[in-house]
Design a protein around this ligand. Sequence first.
Ligand SMILES: [Zn+2]
Length: 675
Amino acid sequence: MTNPILSAWTTPFEIAPFAEISDDDFAPALDKAMDAHNAQIDAIANNSDPASFANTIEALEAAGEQIDKVLSVFFTVAGADSNPAREELQREFSPKLSAHFSGISSNKALFRRVADLWVRKDQLDLTDEQARVLMLTHRGFVRAGSALEGNDDTRMQEIKSRLATLGTSFTQNLLADEREWFMNLTENDLEGLPGFVVDAARAAGDEKGADGPVVTLSRSLIVPFLQFSPRRDLREKAYRAWTARGANGGETDNREIAAEILNLREERAKLLGYSSFADYKLETEMARTPDRVRDLLMQVWEPAKARADSDAETLTAMMQEDGINGPLEAWDWRYYAEKRRKAEHDLDEAALKPYLQLDRMIEAAFSCANRLFGLEFAPLDVPLYHSDCRAWDVTRDGQHIAVFIGDYFARGSKRSGAWCSAMRSQAKFPKVQAPVVINVCNFAKGDPALLSYDDARTLFHEFGHALHQMLSNVTYESISGTSVARDFVELPSQLYEHWLEVPEVLAEFATHAESGEPMPQDMLKKVLKAANFDQGFQTVEYVASALVDLAFHEGEAPADPMAKQAEVLDGIDMPHAIGMRHATPHFAHVFAGDGYSSGYYSYMWSEVMDADAFAAFEEAGGAFDTERAKALEDNILSTGGSREAEELYLAFRGRLPGVEALLKGRGLIATCPDQ
Ligand SMILES: [Zn+2]
């Protein structure tokens, strides 16, 4: 029997044949794929011809096609639809893959060929894109430790392998803690909760096999519970459980794992000659240095904290009116902020929600992409890994551009959060391939499924990432789509969120689930005004996490990360009633892998640009200005990592933005005197 993962995929658009693949296929497929890849690598490294771009760099680009197939399928289901077998496989694969890729970067013969090309780069007559791929390949090898010899080399391999294992454990502990905990609610406990929260709590109860509604630690359920439940005791219990994820003692505790990870990262950076892990990490980013990051964060922190402090006073007064004395606590903030929102903006999230139907918001995201870039979306009937998944054929002028898959609903088998990944990336070498892109979210199910405004923003955000993948138009896969600097990658996604706030978009697509009526003008105005509501809180919880992340990776690794976290929060005078958006034991961005380590700031770095980039549309004549849309596609959405991020932004905008645009965007500084 041939392995369905490694066979030719005869499905429409060569989407993985999920229905034919069983969990037993993954391990043998990965072994075979790694063997094939090793044979390809050996052939490149031991080629008796002198190194050329074609026989070395292009050959590397073309190699590993089977591994891509196995991993794209495996990581899709392991993240979005896991089970004990897949978790076990993930534990097994993680060190294997780490060893495999380390094996390539420690292949001295291979590195010599790349280094040889690098030295002769000016005589190779390369296109700009080829020169860029050579630079990135060479830099990647050096940063992976390929130039290390002897004991340093050995130690580097050990560190990398251990880090991969620790990252996986961190994620799995978190998942276990999230799955384990739920809080039963009696019918009385449902008082004060709007219908959609009650529905979600009942659905969660069914899923957990509980005897009635429950609150789980899924963000899409616990956040509205904290926002609406008048039961302070239950809010406290739920909040404490939510923030204790990864810090519950016992087998799933992540605190020691975090300490070990930080230690190993520091050692790794020093082996490579950097003074700290942050220095190493930021070298390839648009920000470049820890100082530039801290500068940006502190410029935002001051006005955000000032706003949060004054908001805390208002909320405390409201709480005292309820007869509760003592300080405002973290489990009180969202509840009183919601009350205040109702009082000041008269915007009732529960009344708003029927206007934000998932299907209509998907249409809205598609419609904007149509007006901006001419993309069209036709539903595609293909079997995927879960019945909740939907797919669309994306075309332009009748030409196939991509397949887009949406997997929107929360379930126990899915990790929390929302993400976008390419199951296949765009490339023209060694053959032309169109991307297959997936958005995974954790929205509460319903009939029809209704979103919060935050959910709708997440949908647009992830779709912005998807556009970055789908509109990619480069030759080499290694620089395609979202393969850009980490602090640049959130620009397309955060920029796309702005289109949700365009009044004509909401007017057309925010229609009532029952009556079909468009959102009343009055409500629409309030939604747009309220979008900046509570930004003191939001900015503070985010920046605090970003500063802790940066502090963890600058200088010496902390022996006790929890103490270091406390020290950082103390140093910035963290408001008492606001928790970090992600505290250390569940800070998956930083500890589940290397992706956002000393890089959590990058959302804000990107926001500086997205505010400024959207202003370019407004200045040019409106959100759907075609010339600006073309400039965006030509210089940012289609270019992947083919040029430095700063260069790309300058080509689009003609200048770099300052922090002011962001502060205005968040409503933290006044845009005109009467605000
Ligand atoms: Zn994102």
